[in-house]
Design a binder for this molecule. Structure first.
Ligand SMILES: *Cc1c(COP(=O)(O)O)cnc(C)c1O
Length: 229
């Protein structure tokens, strides 16, 4: 892992870039939450970021996250986000481990979550597969409305999340981010839910995502460096 002061320095730089992107697009910096994608990073790297002021961490693998969270139990005001795929047979541990699940993509998983945590309902985002890529999880835009209908009484649907198809550069991702925002606007109108959260943008393109309305950006390598294998 990188040295703690290097992680602190990189975190500071990312925060500055977030603030600049917010200002450019006439948004308040407080409207954007930085979620650090800490998968495969050791607990010490998470601690270094926490000591430098980070509070939101995103993990992909439930087992790994559970172990990390136990080890880091003294970081009491940290918020843990599940940003990796969730299968219905893993929901019990996921609900125990995470404060928010960003990757809901089926009614079946929503039901499984509600069985473990009926109330208060678990906070979730719906993961949208914008590019229709078979390799990615997430629900197709055409299927979101019925998922919202099936899940809205089981979980608290706070918004949408996406990982767009690989792009040659950040500018090429812009249309996907704009598409997610438009989809959200449409769904908010039809469902009556606020759906205020838009989780989009990673190391390569978080500034463009902020310009298109992201309320959460998920950044790993820009802060932690390349992931250990
Ligand atoms: C790893 C990961 C990220 C962060 O990716 P970086 O390129 O390291 O910033 C964001 N979102 C998800 C879902 C991830 O798995």
């Amino acid at each position: 892992m990188l040295a703690p002061d290097e992680i602190a320095k990189r975190l500071h730089e990312v925060r500055n870039r977030i603030a600049q992107a917010a200002t450019r697009s006439g948004r308040g910096v407080d409207a954007i939450r930085l979620v650090l994608a800490s998968k495969t990073q050791p607990p010490d790297a998470v601690c270094a970021a926490y000591d430098a002021g980070a509070r939101d961490f995103g993990e992909n693998y439930i087992q790994e996250a559970s172990a990390k969270r136990l080890e880091l139990a003294d970081l009491r005001d940290a918020t843990w986000h599940l940003i990796g795929h969730l299968q219905s047979n893993k929901t019990r541990l996921a609900v125990k481990t995470f404060d928010i699940i960003q990757t809901l993509d089926s009614a079946r998983v929503a039901e499984a979550i509600a069985r473990v945590q009926p109330s208060p309902p678990m906070r979730v985002l719906i993961e949208i597969n914008l590019g229709g890529e078979a390799s990615k999880s997430g629900v197709a835009p055409s299927g979101v409305e019925s998922l919202i209908d099936a899940a809205r009484d089981k979980v608290e649907i706070a918004g949408l999340m996406t990982i767009p198809p690989p792009a040659a550069n950040a500018a090429a991702s812009r249309r996907y981010f704009a598409e997610l925002r438009r989809l959200r606007d449409r769904l908010a109108a039809s469902s009556g839910l606020a759906l205020s959260e838009l989780s989009m943008g990673m190391t390569e393109d978080f500034e463009v995502a902020i310009e298109e309305g992201a309320t959460m950006v998920r950044v790993g390598r820009a802060v932690f460096g390349e992931r250990p294998k």
